[in-house]
Design a protein around this ligand. Structure first.
Ligand code: SF4
Ligand code: SF4
Ligand code: SF4
Length: 249
């Protein structure tokens, strides 16, 4: 196969889901417009959402979801042993994501509240990189279809993908968007890594930080502004903890 005149290997890929809503896998599977072209670049050998094939000879593994049981951790380690390249996709895999909400409360209380008397195997939420080494993290909740295609082209061509390091505010301003702070909403755009084209602020929603922290984010300044604007500590904490994107800050 040739791409822009270059002969390409057609890597075998596997897509695997752990604890998550499968929305990131759906972003790949529901990309009808470009799926044929995309699957011309790669050979899908293991992807439960779209195929009954379950081969173990994949070279690139895409991992969706966070890790919440020992069984998941063991499966993930086996996948890491097989895959030459391991890519964590989505906020759950990269940050812990919305699953991390349960970590704010004692685990036994959460299990009792949700499952009652049923016994359920669930433990603390861990990011993929807390269990195995990760070569690339593709952020977002869910991941974006064009960014996934862009990443696959880079992997196939052997080019290291470079994600934006600057914050969502840059893209928001480039789109001449009105700031949602002026509409009385919280927005984490000043400290969140760009790349989503500021999709939430463009649709009159504050950013929730699903792409993780931008580089050199001035977290203290943002906190000052949020307090100055009169947002309660509870409201601020809820927003900041939502995707577990800023646990290091
Ligand atoms: S990152 Fe979002 S869309 Fe993807 S699996 Fe997690 S909750 Fe679902
Ligand atoms: S709406 Fe959010 S992302 Fe846009 S400029 Fe304001 S703070 Fe930044
Ligand atoms: S604006 Fe924020 S929450 Fe919305 S997609 Fe972009 S990074 Fe995620």
């Amino acid at each position: 196969m040739k791409y822009l005149g270059i002969t390409l290997a057609k890597p075998k890929i596997g897509v695997f889901g752990f604890t998550g809503c499968e929305g990131c896998q759906l972003q790949i599977a529901n990309n009808e417009e470009n799926l044929k072209d995309l699957f011309g670049l790669i050979e899908v050998v293991n992807f439960r959402e779209i195929s009954s094939e379950k081969r173990g000879d994949y070279e690139i593994a895409f991992i969706e979801g966070s890790i919440t049981t020992e069984k998941e951790a063991k499966n993930l380690k086996n996948i890491r042993e097989q895959a030459g390249i391991l890519v964590a996709i989505g906020a759950c895999a990269c940050l812990g994501g919305v699953n991390n909400m349960k970590s704010r409360f004692p685990l036994q209380d959460v299990v009792k509240e949700v499952y009652g008397a049923h016994s359920i195997d669930t433990g603390p939420v861990r990011k993929v990189r807390e269990i195995v080494s990760v070569d690339v993290e593709l952020p977002g909740c869910p991941i974006s279809k064009p960014e996934f295609e862009w990443l696959v082209r880079h992997l196939v061509l052997g080019i290291e993908p470079q994600f934006p390091k600057y914050p969502v505010c840059v893209e928001c301003k480039q789109r001449l968007n009105s700031c949602v702070f002026d509409m009385g909403m919280i927005c984490l755009g000043p400290v969140t890594r760009a790349g989503c084209d500021a999709v939430c602020p463009r649709n009159r929603l504050g950013c929730w930080g699903c792409r993780g922290s931008s580089e050199e984010a001035n977290f203290e300044s943002l906190m000052e502004i949020l307090r100055e604007k009169g947002f309660s500590e509870e409201h601020i904490a809820e927003r900041i903890q939502f995707f577990n994107a800023f646990s290091g800050n």
